[in-house]
Write a protein that binds this ligand. Structure first.
Ligand code: 13P
Length: 236
């Protein structure tokens, strides 16, 4: 059974998110889909939705606080309002575009772990590291586990090579297999692949040994495409 996740990033409004989620929820129910599905809308679109238990709505980010004075951030009071118990942590755009440090990420991780959240924790190397080979790539990835309790029961990992995110360049099956099997040897947790996953390659990617599902950006933002992605992986 594959885990299929859609990260909306800075896309969709409150209104379009609601119609996307309703459409996907209906599809999942009518087709008896038992994939585990995650949807990460922008924080302005978080809400309570009528969805089956195999669909989870998560936050793309939140601060390590219940509430307080952290301008521009949200905390658990805002997530509790909608019963949200899932969060993405360590996404490469937060690491590299928003300069979130490993220590800030680890602090956030511990905070949400203590509260029992399902954490989708992202790791992945930039192009120059990938070009220095598998050993350097793994070294870089392992540094992203600094301060992270990898035995946490509600942890899902997502390997997202930075050079493959939003670029249309998917990692090769061998790249994925090599990194996934190395991580899996150390950490026994579900491990998703992300980075230019598309409707027509999602089945192949999710069938690679050591891949338990996909975390998808661009190709998942149109409801029909996301439904097709779910359809294409429902028998895995
Ligand atoms: P793309 O699917 O657009 O490459 O994004 C992947 C990603 O970052 C998902 O979190």
């Amino acid at each position: 059974m594959a885990i299929i996740a859609s990260n909306f990033k800075t896309n969709h409004t409150r209104k379009s998110t609601a119609s996307f989620i309703n459409e996907v929820a209906t599809f999942v129910e009518e087709n008896n889909i038992d994939n585990e599905i995650f949807i990460f809308p922008p924080s302005t679109a978080l809400d309570s939705f009528e969805i089956s238990s195999n669909i989870k709505i998560g936050a793309q980010n939140a601060y390590a606080t219940q509430k307080g004075s952290f301008t521009g951030e949200i905390g658990t009071s805002q997530l509790d309002e909608f019963g949200i118990k899932t969060i993405l942590i360590g996404h490469s755009e937060r690491r590299h575009v928003l300069n979130e440090s490993q220590s800030e990420i680890a602090k956030k991780y511990s905070f949400y772990k203590e509260l029992g959240y399902t954490i989708v924790y992202c790791i992945g190397e930039p192009l120059e590291v990938k070009q220095s080979g598998l050993e350097k790539t793994l070294e870089y990835i392992y540094e992203q586990f600094e301060g992270i309790d990898t035995n946490y029961e509600n942890l899902i990992l997502a390997y997202e090579p930075v050079w493959a995110i939003g670029t249309g360049v998917t990692a090769t099956n061998d790249d994925i297999k090599n990194v996934h099997s190395a991580i899996k040897e150390k950490i026994d947790k579900p491990l998703l692949y992300g980075g230019s996953v598309k409707v027509n390659n999602v089945n192949e990617i999710c069938s690679i040994e050591g891949v338990d599902g996909a975390l998808i950006g661009t190709a998942s933002w149109i409801a029909d495409d996301f439904k097709q992605i779910i359809e294409n992986t429902k028998d895995l």
